[in-house]
Design a protein around this ligand. Sequence first.
Ligand code: NAP
Length: 554
Amino acid sequence: MLLMEKEKNFFDLIIIGAGFAGMYALYKAKQHNLSVRVFEKASGVGGTWYWNRYPGARCDVESMQYSYQFSKKLEQEWEWKEQYATQAEILKYAEHVAERYNLKPSIKFNETIISAHFDEKSKIWKINNRKGKEYTSKFCIMATGCLSSTYTPFLKGASSFEGEIYHTGNWPHQTIDFTGKTVGIIGTGSSAIQSIPVIAEQAEHLYVFQRTPHYTVPARNRFLIYDKKQNGSKKRRAEGFDTDLTVEEIKTDYDNLRKKAKKMYAAMAFNLNKKSALEVPELERKKEYENRWNKGGVPFIGAFIDLNLNREANETAAEFVRNKIRQTVKDPLVAEKLVPNYTIGCKRLAVDTNYYETYNKANVTLVDIKNDPIEKIFSRGIITKKEKYLFDSLIYATGFDAMTGALLKIDIKGTQGIKLAKKWSKGPRSFLGLAIKGFPNLFTITGPGSPSVFTNMITSIEQHVDWIFDCLDYLKAHNIEIIEATEKSENDWVKHNQEIAKPHIRSSCSSWYMGSNIEGKPEIFMPYVGGFPAYVKKCEEISKSGYKGFLLSN
Ligand code: NAP
């Protein structure tokens, strides 16, 4: 049992969420000697890595990069096992950080916050849990995550299913073994792409219900090589470096890797080819794609500089992957069902281990529900327009109410009782994805309007948290009580976001970036598409100017 810090109700700062964002914000608050409390609905730290325990779950950002950089000691001490860490390894890392920095006594676990109201008279945030208990604070940080509110679509008859039901985003803690079972999985996004090959290894039969085929590239994950002695001259290559490096070598010059990463669009170091896909001869283009396909991972999309901006260039990469699918999947009819017909990288590029190969297994059936739609779920499976599929277990791999879902689950009210849900009824509005007009002294970490999900999330989290704590220092030094985004700065930022998103490949199809996966959700491009370096520059301009674009008052 953890000994909770002395129970009290008023804090300098309340943080909602104990994922990587909430944990780092708590660490900083402790360094600043603030009285602070974190509320977390789970029974442990880790956020997305606490909930997403589905078979095959792992991160598609290299572990040497998908890690905190605030502590050089931590960076040196922690030993990642694999190039792409498993969910279990990342959760272990989160646990380690919580223990190492004594964070747990300041976190109240199993505490679901249902409302946060700003009291204009006392200038404090009043925060209530499910049982009506109230906590108050001067500042509030929402560290609620971008992909933490799961989405289960409404399907006729869903409640009549009598077998086991799972959601990839809220997976049970005990090991689920599908050996000897028939399984149906709905959805073919990143979560399904990771879990399908693992489930297919166990299940007697797996039915995959696919509405839209997704692009995925092989991960080619491997165990990390620690030093030269370990594997003779065969060393592990690190992204972002031109030469082959061992972990030992990366750690000797970790700062260099981090610096390189921060100069990149996605805050991830890898070799980006500065050439246009259209300027090189076909042979060179194919060779570049082939090399990246063989090397594995999301750097595939860095094969040429214009894949995210020019449809013609994008089509060359898309066609390359389509042909790989046709070469890998033996049944041409199944292969054609798996071939996407839209731009690559528009929906988030997935990274897999044996995804397309899995469709060559006799115990896997792909059901194309675009052509044969689901009519209903019944007690023993799914009935489509043409067929009846019987299975024991049903898995929803149907994603999240992304970016706004977790925030809007909380009844957040600002000045004059304005509700965030009402303010965002036509789509999220914020200044820098960090602050919202009408909601003073409240900050959102990696909120809509920031690069967040387009980047290495941990780097973006650290950048936001550092910015917030610099801001709190400034307020204290200048005896300022209240900070609030102005209407103009918010309007200008939202307009700028939409303008730069328009020509970008990422707004060329329907996706959760636009909210189009959720019925009734306003379709507006949510993350900032201008890249990490441009965004950081803007944030720094604002802080250096004495918080231009914010109203500061007493
Ligand atoms: P997702 O990408 O939103 O995929 C959801 C899937 O469910 C899609 O195939 C979607 O089809 C389908 N679907 C939704 N509603 C449906 C309905 N009513 N009927 C049939 N199919 C339906 O969700 P996700 O796979 O959980 O991934 C979400 C995000 O989490 C990823 O994009 C990524 O950012 C993150 N993630 C990262 C990793 C990683 O680091 N490796 C792993 C997993 C997830 P449509 O495409 O037709 O809408």
